[in-house]
Ligand binder design. Structure first.
Ligand SMILES: [Zn+2]
Length: 290
């Protein structure tokens, strides 16, 4: 197996996995470095790790919890790892975007165990084994217009138009409007800043209320940790051939509802499944493994 992504969910996965007796080698791939916003929800990272490669830092910090499992870091993408070492049997997927998941599917791992978070609102769990007639990772995370959800939630949280957010940096005009909607903010202090930076600052200071008075939520540590735990559970379900469904959405603020587990079908316009060559290849590569 390969752990894809050394961010908050990847950290949570290892934090939960240490309670099992696991042996062998687990490569961790992540091309990125630890950012300033990471240590608050990455259970193995501290502020001393900011600027260091995520994969190597996670491998080093988590290794003492795994006496019989060797964690092997790779500072590259999953595609680059596959190009170097060949096909991967099991991809444990914790990357942070829909697009990254779709391109990962094209590397045709035999089995995918995946968990993602939708800010603080939901944890989504997916798994499948090839060959399958049901949904693949690219079916579950197919391209949808909603990929601009982050821009929209920034616009909504700050009380401005989404077009302003797309400019990247806060104009004097936008600064005025933000200050009007949020009395604690001074227009002069925020003009010229990146929207992402201001949004994160205000979220972590819990200063953001939407016009309806609803708190805008930064990603919480517990949501990513929950996704990591559910990833371990899904891995066990799959190992024991108990994964008869391939999709589960869990509200992190309530009890998990088992009845919401679903078996999702292929989507007709899936980037992977609708490509006949790709699905034939998956079939021939993994038919025997079944
Ligand atoms: Zn598909």
């Amino acid at each position: 197996a390969v752990l894809v992504g050394g961010g908050a969910v990847g950290n949570g996965f290892l934090r939960a996995l240490r309670h099992l007796q696991v042996r062998g080698t687990l490569p961790i791939v992540d091309p990125k470095v630890v950012g300033e916003g990471n240590p608050n929800r990455c259970l193995y990272f501290t502020s001393d790790h900011v600027g260091l490669p995520k994969a190597a830092t996670l491998a080093r910090s988590a290794q003492p919890d795994f006496p019989e499992l060797k964690l092997e870091p790779y500072a590259c993408t999953f595609g680059e790892l596959v190009a170097k070492t060949g096909l991967v049997d099991t991809a444990i997927v914790t990357v942070d975007s829909r697009r990254a998941r779709r391109s990962l599917q094209k590397e045709i791992p035999r089995r995918v165990i995946d968990a993602s978070t939708t800010d603080a609102r939901a944890v989504i769990v997916h798994s499948h084994s090839q060959p399958t007639d049901d949904a693949c990772l690219a079916c579950i995370y197919r391209h949808v217009p909603d990929e601009h959800a982050r821009e929209r939630s920034i616009a909504e949280g700050l009380g401005i138009d989404i077009e302003m957010v797309r400019e990247g940096f806060i104009s004097a005009d936008a600064a005025g409007r933000i200050a009007k909607a949020h009395p604690s903010v001074e227009a002069k202090a925020i003009a010229g800043k990146a929207y992402d930076t201001l949004f994160k600052e205000l979220c972590s200071a819990q200063a953001l209320l939407t016009p309806e008075g609803r708190q805008v939520l930064a990603p919480f540590a517990f949501v990513s940790a929950l996704a990591g735990v559910l990833l371990v559970v899904e891995l066990l379900r799959s190992n024991h051939h108990a994964a008869t469904t391939n999709y589960w959405t869990v509200d992190p603020w309530g009890a998990p509802i088992g009845r919401l587990r679903r078996l999702r079908p292929r989507v007709p316009d899936c980037e992977f499944c609708a490509d006949d060559d790709a699905s034939r290849l998956a079939q021939s590569l993994w038919e025997e493994a079944r």
